[in-house]
Design a protein around this ligand. Structure first.
Ligand code: FPP
Length: 252
């Protein structure tokens, strides 16, 4: 049996919020907040690998983010492209497996090509799964998966659809559900991110702004996570009394 608190999260999902405020606090244009925010990603991936995290999923651009000023949208797209151009060789070295979830058809062809290249060239790596959600929304994901299920099962009525049947059609198919969701920037909501997959996820909210997020803050979130008792619908007594039902023990 695992030692109390020995089990860390396998899958961490992050809503990287607060770039705009970070820039505003310094009287800089919002876009520079995103530039600084993008720089946080590489060391974060490394920190997650060092802490045994197998899946890291980052919310980079929501379906609602198209409503932002056009120059901000194009900065975000540009940063994403630059990140892919610069990081693929490092991902290879670190064994990172990259994939993108979200409707990529809305992106410029050049960006779509960079995404496809990053996915293809890292597909056989054996390290952490790094997923970036871009033009992604949890509601879109569920609707899309339902439609796909219907196309794959034309002779079945929707009353035959169940959760295990839907799972392979969701964009995170094959990945464990997030154990821990971190949101920076002081808001306490999940903003249409991984709605299906976060049904039993522990939610951690911090006031830190994303460009300031660092390994020490990650460790604070992990220490908080270690104190959760994950019941998955069971009672405390069931979880604490039955080692096999025990997903996590609280630290003393
Ligand atoms: C939210 O901050 C952040 C975003 C909408 C974009 C996140 C993108 C990055 C960190 C850069 C690109 C990502 C990768 C993976 C290279 P906000 O603008 O809503 O901040 P605010 O709430 O302070 O205004």
């Amino acid at each position: 049996m695992a030692e109390p608190g020995a089990l860390g999260p396998r899958h961490i999902a992050i809503i990287m919020d607060g770039n705009g405020r970070w820039a505003k606090n310094r009287r800089l244009p919002r876009t520079l907040g995103h530039v600084k925010g993008a720089k946080v990603v590489r060391p974060l991936v490394k920190s997650c690998v060092e802490r045994g995290v197998t899946h890291l999923t980052l919310f980079a651009f929501s379906t609602e983010n198209w409503r932002r000023p056009p120059e901000e949208v194009s900065t975000l797209m540009g940063l994403f492209g630059q990140y892919l151009e610069k990081e693929v060789s490092d991902m290879q070295k670190q064994g990172v497996r990259f994939r993108l979830i979200g409707d990529r058809s809305a992106f410029a062809q050049g960006l779509q090509d960079l995404i496809a290249h990053a996915e293809l060239s890292t597909a056989h790596n054996q390290g952490i799964h790094l997923t970036v959600a871009a033009n992604y929304g949890g509601q879109w994901d569920i609707l899309n998966a339902t439609r796909e299920w219907q196309r794959a099962n034309p002779l079945k009525g929707l009353e035959m659809l169940d959760a295990p049947g839907l799972a392979p059609h969701l964009s995170m198919a094959g990945a464990p559900d997030p154990d821990l969701l971190i949101r920076t920037g002081g808001e306490s909501r999940i903003s249409n991110f991984l709605l299906w997959q976060c049904a039993y996820t522990e939610l951690y909210f911090t006031d830190a702004l994303w460009p300031d997020f660092n390994a020490a803050m990650l460790d604070e979130a992990l220490a908080w996570y270690q104190k959760r008792v994950r019941r998955f619908g069971r009672t405390d007594e069931q979880v604490l009394g039955d080692p096999s039902a025990r997903a996590k023990l609280p630290m003393a």
